[in-house]
Design a protein around this ligand. Structure first.
Ligand code: KG4
Ligand code: ZN
Length: 325
């Protein structure tokens, strides 16, 4: 089934053409350069930038796939969760396109989309499995019972993991979004240099909390600054990253009879996390699935991959489809 999908939930405008688990095109217009000026995503600016880009990006995706709107069998769109104004741009555009061309409309949950990114490269992957979704807006451990039946079994009680990376990076003077730069600095730093508090909540839930860890790193940095003492940004990045990675391992290792683990979301690009989770999986006989770097961040192809299964289980929408933050 040939699907045209749209994604506009945050700061990436993206359109893609997929066929089942295959990606025919995946065009992404990033707004990162615009939001960098403000140190984070400005919702109103994001909505405007989506409005300006969405039509061009859509026709580029069709062109690159070598198809026209007539060949498309359904239109899919991220309708939740995300920034409301940003989501509405994609939802209204997709609605118009679907109904003007008499195509079915498929609403897709952004988090389910992140997980589905794995279906493109891991052809043998099928539910049930446990998914660990880590992005700028989400940190969730999800029991994926079928392609469309998801139960959240653990989550962050405050900041998302990517948000913690970005906030610490910002205090260290790194440009937004700081996750990737923190990854690079951590590579050359000493991960044992500074002790930070774990993000794994010390109870029997699968929940995490990043605010204490984030505050502890920020206090460390302010303290050094006030005393005019030298500190190594590399060591801070390495110690912070190690604390986060070990917190993940701690919570994931609490899950009984874990045999298939799928990682998804922007933070899944973190090289230290990828290495450590591979080791954790090997040691515990867990089959680990990680998306390639180009499918970790927000993109429309992942929405199309999930849309295929949503459509198969009859989950289409009408003109009354709305966005939900
Ligand atoms: O999935 P995504 O593109 O957007 C959301 O749905 O939130 O994730 C973006 C997040 C940002 O916080 C960014 O800093 C983080 O992913 N990120 C990373 C890395 N690459 C991107 N965090 C840590 N290490 C990385 N290599
Ligand atoms: Zn995302």
């Amino acid at each position: 089934m040939l699907i045209l999908s749209l994604e506009s939930s945050c700061d990436e405008t993206s359109a893609a053409v997929t066929y089942g688990r295959e990606i025919k095109s995946n065009i992404i217009a990033s707004q990162v350069d615009i939001h960098r000026l403000y140190g984070g995503v400005v919702p109103e600016i994001a909505s405007r930038a989506h409005t300006e880009a969405i039509s061009r990006i859509t026709y580029q995706a069709l062109d690159e796939a070598g198809v026209t709107i007539k060949d498309i069998e359904a239109v899919a769109v991220t309708n939740t969760p995300g920034l409301i104004g940003a989501l509405l741009v994609g939802v209204n555009f997709a609605k118009s396109l679907a109904f003007a061309n008499k195509k079915p409309l498929i609403p897709v949950n952004h988090i389910k989309g992140h997980i589905a990114a794995n279906y493109n490269v891991h052809k043998e992957l099928e539910p049930p499995f446990i998914a660990f979704v880590i992005s700028g807006g989400h940190t969730s451990i999800i029991d994926v019972k079928s392609y469309t039946d998801f139960v959240t079994i653990g989550q962050t009680r405050d900041d998302a993991m990517g948000e913690a990376f970005d906030k610490v990076a910002r205090v260290m003077g790194l440009p937004y979004p700081g996750g990737a730069e923190m990854d690079r600095l951590a590579e050359i730093g000493d991960s044992e240099a500074i002790k930070f508090p774990s993000a794994a909540i010390a109870d029997n839930t699968y929940d995490m909390s990043f605010s204490g860890l984030k505050t502890s790193v920020i206090n460390y940095l302010h303290n050094k600054e006030q005393k005019n003492e030298h500190f190594s940004r590399e060591d801070v990045a390495a110690s912070f990253t190690k604390t986060i990675v070990e917190s993940c391992v701690k919570k994931l290792s609490m899950i009984t009879s874990l045999d298939k683990l799928v990682i998804a979301g922007g933070v899944a690009a973190n090289s230290h996390l990828r290495k450590r989770l591979s080791k954790f999986a090997d040691l515990n006989d867990i089959k680990l699935y990680i998306p390639p770097l180009n499918l970790c961040g927000d993109n429309a192809a992942m929405i199309g991959l999930q849309a295929y299964y949503e459509y198969m289980s009859g989950k289409t929408a009408g003109t009354n489809l709305n966005a939900k933050a």
